[in-house]
Design a protein around this ligand. Structure first.
Ligand code: MLT
Ligand code: ZN
Length: 456
């Protein structure tokens, strides 16, 4: 049977198997590669359901993709088959302020939701670095959460209910459109971070929050990255929970200053960007308390509520991962982002460990990320033409992941496991990995959903 001919009958005029187009779907933001056999662009849940029912009978792998901004190969079809591009299912179905919730299709771009909510005075707090391009479905499937988790929580805290298409095409809702429910297993949470391995998310009901009245940024420079890491628990102990808290070590700052020599960043240290939000008075008070908590350990402190300055600083922070390759158009050097997460008190130890490991292996690291929730992104610089450098990269990445587990942390704070980190999930989970395997078997007995991911 010609599967492509059959699938074309479901998504009429919205399919491709042209080799040049398939190549566009063979990668994401990671080093993982894998080409699909055909790409389908569904417009409705019913179409997704029919595609899955067909694939399940004929044992065809199905990989869902939003915008392909993932950093672990989650949306890369490593075993070929169907690539389900959900980017055309991108409508906002309702904005329900009375119930502080919205209903959206999975292919909606995250920032578009915030644009639509702004006139109502509301926003969707989870804020991945790729919010300008990533889709809500991909964000949920990865629990990608970004900058504001320290105060607002991660994406999973905002998911009230999901519409999911199961492997055999059955359509379910994972919860109710309520702020609270203790009726049975929390299936919504099961699907957050499941990376398309248990079903395809087609719609989401999400909690939203009022836009805070005021915001203030406190940019603190520290003499060492470890003291920068320690500042987080000092700030918490002072009774301040910032709305964002981001580290940029000296290398990250130098990447940004090379890109824009006039940028407002201190040149002499490892920087932590703290932001506080709330009512005007609360923000003034929190910024002061925060600066006081850091004073003794810091080299310099800048406090600003100038919207232009704050935008410049936050735009620069968002750029830091991508800036590395922008700086080197010859592309002879790349960086491989890692995504470690540790308990806050272990931050200084984790940061020291990163330098110890990379120094031992002989590779230059760059540390940045959401230290307020324990996330330590590590960029590793290598020369892509040098085979020895690739070996070093793998040795360093291996040691870094194991170190995170040893520190009681996680091998992926927000980028997901995908095909890049499958080998570490079992080590991290211990016997709980068997529970994950049993869930996968129960929900996808034929193994068609995103095979080759999560190490399952
Ligand atoms: C970030 O925090 O910027 C992203 O999660 C990672 C990146 O794009 O480097
Ligand atoms: Zn991040």
């Amino acid at each position: 049977m010609d599967h492509f001919e059959e699938l074309k009958k479901i998504c009429v005029g919205r399919t491709t198997n042209a080799p040049a187009e398939l190549c566009c779907y063979a990668a994401d933001g990671s080093q993982i590669k894998g080409k699909p056999d055909y790409v389908l662009f569904p417009h409705t849940t019913e179409e997704v359901s029919q595609i899955l029912a067909y694939a399940n009978i004929h044992l065809i792998p199905v990989t869902a993709r939003g915008a392909g901004t993932g950093m672990a190969g989650g949306a890369v079809p490593v075993q070929g088959g169907i690539l389900l591009d959900l980017s055309q299912m991108n409508r906002i179905l309702s904005i329900d302020i009375d119930n502080i919730q919205v209903t959206v299709e999975a292919g909606l771009i995250a920032d578009k939701l915030n644009e639509a909510l702004k006139p109502y005075g509301f926003f969707f707090p989870p804020d991945p670095g790729s919010a300008a391009t990533c889709t809500i479905g991909g964000q949920i499937a990865n629990n990608a959460s970004g900058m504001r988790c320290v105060k607002y929580g991660t994406t999973k805290n905002y998911v009230l209910n999901l519409e999911v298409v199961l492997a055999d095409g059955t359509v379910i809702e994972t919860g109710r459109n309520c702020l609270k429910s203790s009726a049975g297993y929390d299936l919504s949470r099961l699907y957050v971070g499941s990376e398309g391995t248990l079903g395809i998310i087609t719609k989401a009901v999400l909690k939203i929050a009022p836009i805070p009245q005021a915001r203030k940024l406190v940019m603190v420079s520290f003499p060492s990255p470890e003291s920068a890491g320690l500042s987080v628990s000092r700030v918490f102990a002072a009774g301040v929970i910032p709305s964002a808290c981001e580290i940029l070590d000296k290398t990250s700052v130098s990447v940004l200053t090379k890109l824009d020599p006039n940028i407002i960043f201190p040149r002499d240290g490892d920087v932590v960007l703290f932001e506080v939000d709330g009512s005007k008075n609360a923000v003034d008070e929190s910024a002061e308390m925060l600066a006081k908590a850091c004073e003794e350990m810091s080299s310099s402190i800048l406090i600003t509520d100038d919207p232009a300055k704050m935008k410049e600083i936050w735009d620069a922070r968002r750029m830091v991962g991508a800036a590395v390759s922008k700086l080197d158009p010859t592309k002879t050097r790349v960086y491989a982002g890692e995504d470690l997460g540790v308990p806050i008190r272990k931050l200084p130890e984790a940061i020291s460990k990163v330098y110890e490991i990379t120094n031992e292996v002989g590779i230059t690291p760059m540390i940045y990320g959401h230290v307020g929730d324990g996330t330590v992104h590590v960029g590793l610089f290598i020369d892509v033409l040098d085979e020895n450098d690739w070996k070093k990269l793998h040795i360093a990445a291996d040691k870094l992941h194991l170190a995170a587990i040893e520190l009681g942390g996680t091998v992926s704070s927000e980028h997901g496991i995908g095909a890049a980190r499958g080998m570490y999930l079992e080590k991290q989970c211990g016997p709980a990995f068997e529970v994950m395997k049993a869930i996968k078997k129960a929900l996808d007995p034929n193994g068609i959903l995103n095979p080759g991911k999560l190490g399952l």
